[in-house]
Every structure is written in structure tokens, then in C-alpha cells.
Design a protein around this ligand. Structure first.
Ligand code: PLP
Length: 225
């Protein structure tokens, strides 16, 4: 189903206004917050209205789904910047490096090795956020907090550009302490970018220093809806 263009513009304006409103007291420039429209599960028909508002930064969590949708959309909107936000398997490294402009889920040495090799082969350096398992959850991906400094050193050694740190705080918990912890980890490790905040908590994330927010539902409406 197509979202009427007016709806896409209205939703985008609301999210952008919220970001600007939070930035003011935090003395932040809204231009320093990149809004990533998370288009996973949504059809090209739902994505085009947002592209037509001028938005160009999008996020997908599955390589195969993104490969099916974006090459064609990019023919119409060549300046799209595509971000990989989901867990990535090492055997998808070549495809990911070819398709994505930024990767948010670098979290382990095996994946680092695969991505570095893929970047060498393609002669294309794709900036990566190091995903941190900020809530120390067994079921979640992400580098353990204590291993962040050593892993960042490995990433730099592999000549993979570090975009920053990324996290997904535990569900159903106040996210602010986790965002604050990620911001502190970034400061302590001399890293600039902070990819944190989704539809439910991007305002809190911006307050605590997010440079990239990953927003799906607030822009597209519910997935599968
Ligand atoms: C789906 C997803 C989002 C966006 O979630 P919404 O709640 O729809 O905004 C953000 N980050 C990641 C890693 C996701 O998988």
C-alpha cells in the first residue's frame, strides 16, 4: 500500500521537529543528527513518498531484502545513502560492502576480517559502527563492553574506517542509562559517532548525544500494517 505523499511529509516533519526541539536545550545543532529512515519490510511503493520529500538516508537490516529493493530505487534517486543496521553474517560481507554506504553492526573479529577482505577486494572503504552489547544480554549481538577498546584497535589496524559506536538497549527498560553509557564509551575511546535511538526513544538518544538515529515506525507507520 502506498502512503500518501502528504502523510510521509507530515511524519517526517514531526520527527524532524522533535529532533530540533530536543537539540535546542542540549545546545546541539540538528544538522549534527542524521535521521536514518529504517525501511526494512516496507515496499518500494512506501519508500518512494519519503524519497520524494528529499530524505536520502535509509536503513535496512537484511542484505537480501535490500538487494531486492534498492538498486532500482537508486536509479531514480542516485544520491541515496544506505545503512546496514542489522546483524550481518560474514558470508554476506562482499554483498554488504557492495550495497551499503555505512554498516552499524560490526561486533566481532570474524566479521571484521570478512569485511576488511571484502573492502580490499572491492577497493571501497565502508565506515562501520562498532555495535556494543550495552545491556550485556546473552541473546543480543554486540561487542562486550569490556572488549570495546581492544576491538576498536583491531578495527583501526584492519584499516576499516570507524564511524562510531552503536547500541540497541534492552527492551522494556528505561534506555537513558544505556545511551549515556554508550556516549561515555565513545568519549573514553576517542570515537565521534553514536548510533542510538529508534522510534520509541530517539528523543532521549538525541538528548544524550546520538549522531545517528534509526527511525522506522514513526516515519512509515507499523511494519506489516
Ligand atoms: C527495526 C530497527 C530500527 C527501527 O525501529 P522502529 O522502532 O521501527 O523505529 C532501528 N534499529 C534497528 C537495529 C532495527 O532493527
Amino acid at each position: 500500500m502506498e502512503i500518501p505523499a502528504a502523510d510521509a511529509a507530515t511524519r517526517l516533519a514531526a520527527v524532524e521537529e522533535n529532533i530540533a526541539r530536543i537539540c535546542k536545550p542540549a545546545r546541539r545543532d540538528p544538522a549534527d543528527v542524521t535521521l536514518i529512515a529504517v525501511s526494512k519490510t516496507h515496499s518500494p511503493e512506501r519508500i518512494v513518498p519519503l524519497l520524494e520529500t528529499g530524505l536520502r538516508v535509509f536503513g535496512e537490516n537484511r542484505v537480501q531484502e535490500a538487494q531486492g529493493k534498492w538498486p532500482e530505487l537508486r536509479e531514480r534517486f542516485p544520491d541515496v545513502e544506505l545503512h546496514a543496521i542489522g546483524q550481518l553474517q560474514s558470508n554476506k560481507a562482499d554483498d554488504a560492502v557492495a550495497l551499503f554506504d555505512v554498516i552499524h553492526s560490526l561486533d566481532r573479529s570474524s566479521l571484521l576480517k570478512a569485511l576488511a577482505k571484502a573492502m580490499d577486494k572491492a577497493d571501497r572503504r565502508v565506515p562501520c559502527f562498532v555495535q556494543v552489547n550495552i545491556g550485556d544480554e546473552d541473546q543480543k549481538g554486540g561487542c562486550p563492553i569490556g572488549e570495546v577498546p581492544a576491538f576498536l584497535a583491531k578495527v583501526r589496524d584492519a584499516d576499516v574506517p570507524v564511524a562510531g559506536l552503536m547500541c540497541l538497549p534492552p527492551a522494556d527498560t528505561e534506555p537513558a542509562p544505556f545511551f549515556a553509557l554508550l556516549a561515555k564509551l565513545a568519549r573514553d575511546n576517542g570515537v565521534e559517532g553514536l548510533s542510538m535511538g529508534m522510534s520509541g526513544d530517539y528523543e532521549t538518544a538525541v538528548q544524550l548525544g546520538a549522531t545517528h538515529v534509526r527511525v522506522g515506525t514513526a516515519l512509515f507507520g507499523p511494519r506489516g500494517g
